[in-house]
Design a protein around this ligand. Structure first.
Ligand code: SF4
Length: 107
C-alpha cells in the first residue's frame, strides 16, 4: 500500500515537472515580447527606431507614429504593442522608425 502511494506521488511529480518544462519557454517568450525594444538591438538601430517620434530628425509626417503604422500589431490606444519588423520586444505607440508605412483604412 505504501509503495503504491509513493509511486503515485512520483508519477504526479514527474507529470508536473514535465508540464513545467513545456510551459516555461512559452512564458519566457511572452515576457520577452512584453518588454520594450532595447536601443542596442542592431535591428532597432538600423531602422532608426525612437520611442518618441518627435525625437527623430528623419520623420517627415508630423502625425506618423507606430500607432498608425501598418506593421503595428496591437491596440493603438495602448502604450505599447508588437511590431512585425522588430520581434525582440514591444514598440511604443508614440514611436517611429524609417520603415513607417501608414496603415491603410479598411474599405
Ligand atoms: S515599422 Fe512601424 S510599428 Fe514598427 S517600429 Fe517602425 S513605425 Fe513603429
Amino acid at each position: 500500500m505504501k509503495n503504491s502511494n509513493s509511486r503515485r506521488f512520483f508519477m504526479k511529480t514527474l507529470a508536473l515537472s514535465a508540464a513545467a518544462l513545456l510551459v516555461a519557454p512559452v512564458l519566457k517568450i511572452q515576457s520577452a515580447f512584453s518588454e520594450p525594444v532595447k536601443g542596442d538591438d542592431p535591428l532597432v538601430k538600423a531602422l532608426g527606431y525612437v520611442a518618441n517620434a518627435k525625437d527623430s530628425k528623419d520623420r517627415k509626417d508630423a502625425k506618423a507614429n507606430c500607432g498608425s503604422c501598418q506593421f503595428f500589431q496591437g491596440d493603438a490606444k495602448a502604450k505599447t504593442g508588437k511590431c512585425q519588423l522588430i520581434p525582440s520586444g514591444e514598440v511604443a505607440v508614440t514611436g517611429w522608425c524609417r520603415s513607417y508605412s501608414v496603415k491603410q483604412k479598411k474599405a
